[in-house]
Design a protein around this ligand. Sequence first.
Ligand code: PEP
Length: 261
Amino acid sequence: MATRRPVIAGNWKMYKTVSEAEDYAVKFLEEVKDVTEIDIILCAPFTALYPLKNELEESVVHLGAQNMSWADQGAYTGEISAQMLLDVACTYVILGHSERRELFGETDEEIGKKVQKSLTVGLTPILCVGENLNVREEGNAAEKVQAQVSRALSGLSTEELVRIVIAYEPIWAIGTGKTASSKDAQEMCAAIRTTLTGLMGVSAEIVPILYGGSVKAENIAELMTEPDVDGALVGGASLDPQSFAKLIHNAGSLGERVEGI
Ligand code: PEP
């Protein structure tokens, strides 16, 4: 039997100073310190990671970054290396977020190199994929997302692939208040799992697949009832510690999902 634990990851994007992050950590930890049935991750701006390490180390809240270089070190002005993230106790890193793809021109090839690097050093990548509205309206959403997954993960071994997390985030639902229906989210997460099965066989059942796009405390429970939606990547609704904690409690009450493989 393989177990997929629910995962709820907050993506603060470019919000919060050091003092705001510290204040958040204290309030948030108070609310979630007893949550054991769910993996909680906070993906903060680089400048907040070190102070958050001090607040959250040894707690139930894991620390993640929002991007990372594929290079180890060197003349890469403005970049952050995997070792630097490990140094501040990060265990996760978001890679290929649609804002990185759309606003900063990241390609599947670069994202693939970053995924490989993260796995090599022992960070867990949260690989984001998702289609824009045009692609969805043309009926090509599954095909688009499956191609993103295949391109980013090509060449990885099954031993590496079992350590990844995938986030399906339709671009039209991010920060817009429009959430995919739970049926659409399930359909897309299942399509992603089919692609993973092609890459890694039955071990694909182990990989957590998250939904992201205007997830809130009010809609997480319905999304989590779907068999292939194993959690959420949450932007706007992760910025307030009490309401993000509420979202986590609403998701966590569903408990672990167990799949036979
Ligand atoms: C995100 O940033 O990954 C995201 C899903 O944002 P939001 O929850 O605000 O739509």
